[in-house]
Design a protein. Sequence first.
Length: 462
Amino acid sequence: MKIFRFLTPLLLTIVAVFCFAPAAWAFCGFYVAKADTKLYNKASQVVIARNGDRTVLTMANDFQGEVKDFAIVVPVPTVLQKDQVRVALPNIIERLDAFSAPRLVEYFDPDPCAPLPLFSRNILNFSAAPVNGSVELRRTDRDLGVTVEASFNVDEYDIVILSAKESGGLETWLTQNGYKIPQGAKQLLQPYIRSSMKFFVAKVNLDKFEESGYQLLRPLQISYQSPKFMLPIRLGMVNAKTEQDLIVYILSPQGEAQLTNYRTVKIPSNVNLPVFIKNEFGEFYKSLFQTAYTKEGKRVGFLEYAWDMGSCDPCAADPLTQEELKEAGVFWLNDNSLSKQTKITPIPRFAPPAFNTNVFISRLHVRYTRDTFPEDLIFLSTANRELFQGRYVLQYPFEGELKCEAGKKYKQSLPKRFEAEAQTLARLTNGNIQDIRKKMKLSVGNLTYSLWESFLYNIGLN
């Protein structure tokens, strides 16, 4: 007990030093804002929970329009039965997005003249044509080479599982049964048929949708066994005229997930930015992503978050509870062989990074076109549990009176720091450095205006 009483103030002092250092790169600070999927006009979202050969795939439906016109066609490796398909709660993907989104944090410089304080505190959517009257499903159609392997209803969705011998026959079958197939689909269906994959086809049962009382379509969740750890994205490119954003949340008992057939690159992170970014964080992150995407040749997947689900620092949202993880498809929670720590809720919001659970989340962001991503995404689960997040820092200067020698040196150091922040912002966003400097003068007010003016003048930048 005496040892504990001795260690407690020591640990608090270490935390204070760690979080108040002028160049603090620790995962601490005060969370301010997050860059979630609302930033993008159309960002498809998919959750993949995978352990061994078993996969649970949850697809968010961002379909806009009349629900009677909705349909989705997804290549799957096996024939799915009714007990392998369910409808998930809509907010589960919103929770994962909020928890893993790139975030903005604030630091406040301490008084350099004062003693150090002890502590502080639808990628796959196909648009279906309106169906005039009910269409009776045929078990087989020898002429078209299409077989209905299974058909069933899950809540508000009518689902069929198809196999086909050739893409033309499959295209014809879908058209005859009321599905409007975009031009060019035939070419993209053929590789899946050659790979002996099946086709999961769903559309809305209007009567049951009205009975459900939901205003929007809920996510579909499918479960299957397959050695293939992949996500088919080519069908979603058929009628896409612009670049598409895809966010994939991969839940694993091992560690970070990566792409194997494309490069996986960490999004630029852990940089200090001008404080005016607080009011422009969304636009900043969109510019940063586009700049990095272009720089990397438009053929990479960006890792935006990799973290143990047992903690967060800083927390853009609370870690998911055990019940929420199950809703997201995590089926191994009570497997004691995977982790000594199986009780995931409740978890301290600011749990230390060493708090390990048997659920690790990777957030991968892919921006793609048919030309830049000609292949479906293939993933690999690794044992790497190194923590990473898209994290951007605002560091506010101390604004009080500075009479000590340390205070004078601190104030003299600020112009160089501000210029470094301006240069960083320009580099990350391909922004105009002069415009950035003008905004920074306004944001820092009178604190260092004359100092910074002199600094810029002396280096010929004013």
